[in-house]
Structures are given as structure tokens and as C-alpha cells.
Design a protein around this ligand. Structure first.
Ligand SMILES: NC(=O)c1ccc[n+]([C@@H]2O[C@H](COP(=O)([O-])OP(=O)(O)OC[C@H]3O[C@@H](n4cnc5c(N)ncnc54)[C@H](OP(=O)(O)O)[C@@H]3O)[C@@H](O)[C@H]2O)c1
Length: 358
């Protein structure tokens, strides 16, 4: 691992620090062994205010004292940080993240804007650690020396790709059909109006189905000499917003070559070991996939915090009369699906020497 400046911790700027993902980032970075929050940045509406006044804090823990008293800064390229973690609104994330990376700051983003760009890793390090090698191409193509752009997937996509990676390690995944039941915290704050979601299900989340279908194939694909080659598996997604606070539940059916038995599929989940276990990254859960046997698990309220919110819970593995195998998955959308994923990516990129102290 590249050493942090003067043996201390790496300085992290949180972009979009006042939002739902930004708050999770700040919560998860409190007492982090490698990282410390050095700057909080958000819109002009918040800039200049104390963080404790600017953020409507929504989490069960207190605002870390060191952050509560910080002044919120505008998202400008003079932020004092070795790297930036972004929870910016996608309406503004693209340009801001690009200009910070261009100015030399490594940016790891939760926003959708750069995910599908041909030289930007869409990184889930347990699955596609090799995709980080695209940063060499990204830097030389863009003329960037120390800055870069890395993204993590959409919150429901990460819940799908982890079990599919376990299956891909044993079988060829040909087709996937997934229906999601997604928590309201996935829409940020204040998100969906209470009168729209209470006692209701909304069968549309703008852009979400397309993201699940394209991001999954990029993540499960390989980095070839000419760039990212998406996986050949076909993915069909149907996404629904449900009145749950945290935790996206996915119902997945899949067609696996050779039609393996339920027991073989269960074993693939139970014995899955990620390729980065040896790096001992602070946010890496062991195991990454938790397999439950009960007929009524996983559930958002009971399983969202599995592995500190960083593991996904798989259950109800059973035959599917149409595609062969079906199962359920639960993922914490603002931890594994957003803030925790970005922090894990930062840990991985630091451990692999992609980040230099500034
Ligand atoms: N929520 C999830 O589960 C989830 C999961 C995966 C990915 N994501 C993605 O993560 C990003 C953040 O989502 P969220 O749910 O945290 O949204 P959010 O609660 O609406 O927060 C958005 C943040 O962006 C800032 N912002 C808005 N306009 C800005 C501008 N013009 N300049 C600078 N900052 C600006 C806001 O600052 P102010 O407070 O000053 O307005 C706030 O800090 C989005 O791109 C989203 O798609 C979210």
C-alpha cells in the first residue's frame, strides 16, 4: 500500500456531503483506520454554513463532532484532500467530478454519470479488480497525472452482481430476469412524497431498469486490450419502489448453462470467496455473500445490516420452471449500494497504489 502522508490517514473530501449518501459516507468514515474527512462540500445553498446546520442529519448515530463543526465548501478544485468520495446529485455530478479529477484529485463516485464511459472502471473489487487497470489508459488518454474517475454501481445492481459473480465462478450465466423492491432511501432526501409511497408500490424508477441491465454486463465483463468487453449474459430488470426505509430486495431467476442442481447453486453461494480477501481491506465483509436457509429470509428489516451493511444476503434458492434457478437477494442500498461501496473502492485503490498523497 502507498503510505499516507507522514504516516497519518488519507485526507478524504466528501462531495454531496449533506445528502443521503454523503451522510452515510461521513458516518462510515468516522474512526476509519486509513481515512479522515478533511472537507465537506455541497451546493451553493449549503456552502459557508456549519455542516451541522446545512445537513438535515437522518442517521441514528450522531454527526461526528469533527465534521459537525466544519464549514461546508463549494465543490471546487482547491479542496484539501488526497481523494474525493462523491455523493453528488447526478444532475451536477458529471461536470464537478470531471473537473476535480482533471485538477489532480482521484474521485470515486456514486453517481451514474461516468459509469459507462469506456475508460472508467465500474468497480466492485471482489468481482472485477482487474478493471482498475483501465486507469492507466484513462490517465494517458486524458492527460491526467494524479486524478482519476472510478465509479461504483447503482444500488440495486450491486445486489445482483455479487451473487451472479458467485454463479459465474462455477457456471456460465446465460440469462437473468430480476424484479426489485427498492427502499425509499434510495431516492435521497426528501425523495418520494409520503402520499405517493405510503401503503403503495410504484412500478417505475426512472432509468433504473436500463442501469441494471447495462451495468451488470460491464461489471461481469472483462478488460481486454481494446477496453471493457461486456459479459454476454442477457439481463432483464423490472424495478419497483416500495414503502421500506432501507434495503433493496431482489427476486432473481436465472438460466445457467448445464442446468445445475439447486444444491450445486447453493454451494456456489456458500463457498464464494472474493479475490481480494488477502488485502484485508477494512470495509471488506467476510463472507461477502450470506446464504440463509429460512423460507422467509432475506428481509429488509432483518438482513439489511448483515456484514455491517456490506454483505448481501441470499435466500430461497429453488427451482424455476422457466429459467432453471430462482432466489432472493437483499442489499443495503446506502451502504453496500452506495457509501460503503465507494469506501471499499477507495481502500482497494489505495492498497493497490493508485492514489498518491497530495
Ligand atoms: N440513495 C441511494 O441509495 C443511492 C444509491 C446509489 C447511488 N446513489 C446516487 O448517489 C448520488 C447522491 O444520492 P443521494 O440519495 O444522497 O441524493 P441527495 O440526498 O439528494 O443528495 C444530493 C447531494 O448533492 C448536492 N448537490 C445538489 N446540487 C448541487 C450543486 N449544484 N452543486 C453541488 N452539490 C449539489 C446536495 O447538496 P445540498 O444539500 O447543498 O443541496 C446533496 O449534498 C446520486 O447521484 C444518486 O443517484 C444514491
Amino acid at each position: 500500500m502507498t503510505k499516507a502522508p507522514s504516516g497519518g490517514r488519507w485526507r478524504v473530501a466528501v462531495l454531496g456531503a449533506t445528502g443521503a449518501v454523503g451522510q452515510r459516507l461521513i458516518q462510515l468514515l468516522e474512526n476509519h483506520p486509513w481515512f479522515e474527512v478533511s472537507a465537506v462540500a455541497a451546493s451553493e445553498r449549503s456552502a459557508g454554513k456549519l455542516y451541522s446546520d446545512a445537513a438535515r442529519w437522518l442517521l441514528e448515530t450522531r454527526i461526528p463532532a469533527s465534521v459537525a463543526s466544519m464549514r461546508v465548501l463549494p465543490c471546487a478544485s482547491n479542496l484539501e484532500a488526497d481523494l474525493a468520495l462523491s455523493g453528488l446529485d447526478a444532475r451536477v455530478a458529471g461536470g464537478i467530478e470531471h473537473s476535480l479529477a482533471e485538477a489532480g484529485i482521484p474521485v470515486i463516485s456514486n453517481a451514474r454519470n461516468h459509469r459507462m464511459e469506456p475508460d472508467v472502471p465500474l468497480l466492485v473489487p471482489e468481482i472485477n479488480a482487474a478493471h482498475a487497470e483501465a486507469l492507466t489508459v484513462q490517465r494517458s488518454r486524458r492527460g491526467w497525472k494524479s486524478g482519476f474517475l472510478v465509479t461504483n454501481p447503482n444500488c440495486s445492481t450491486v445486489g445482483l452482481v455479487l451473487p451472479l459473480a458467485a454463479l459465474s465462478a462455477r457456471f456460465t450465466v446465460k440469462r437473468v430476469s430480476v424484479s426489485t423492491m427498492q427502499a425509499i432511501s434510495g431516492a435521497g432526501y426528501p425523495g418520494v412524497a409520503s402520499l405517493d409511497i405510503l401503503g403503495n408500490v410504484i412500478p417505475h424508477i426512472a432509468g433504473e431498469e436500463e442501469k441494471m441491465e447495462t451495468e451488470t454486463r460491464k461489471i461481469l465483463g472483462r478488460l481486454g486490450p481494446d477496453g471493457f468487453e461486456p459479459s454476454k449474459c442477457t439481463v432483464s430488470a423490472q424495478c419497483h419502489r416500495v414503502p421500506v426505509q432501507d434495503g433493496h430486495l431482489l427476486a432473481v431467476s436465472t438460466d445457467l448453462e448445464g442446468s445445475p442442481s439447486v444444491d450445486a447453486v447453493r454451494d456456489a453461494f456458500a463457498s464464494y470467496r472474493s479475490s481480494i480477501e488477502d488485502l484485508e481491506l477494512p470495509s471488506h465483509p467476510k463472507p461477502v455473500i450470506i446464504l440463509r436457509d429460512e423460507p422467509d429470509r432475506p428481509q429488509p428489516r432483518l438482513d439489511a445490516m448483515a456484514g455491517g451493511g456490506m454483505a448481501v444476503t441470499v435466500g430461497r434458492v429453488r427451482p424455476c420452471p422457466i429459467l432453471g434457478i430462482k432466489f432472493n437477494v437483499l442489499v443495503h442500498n446506502t451502504i453496500r449500494g452506495a457509501a460503503g461501496a465507494a469506501i471499499l473502492n477507495a481502500e482497494f485503490l489505495v492498497a493497490k497504489g493508485h492514489v498518491q498523497a497530495r
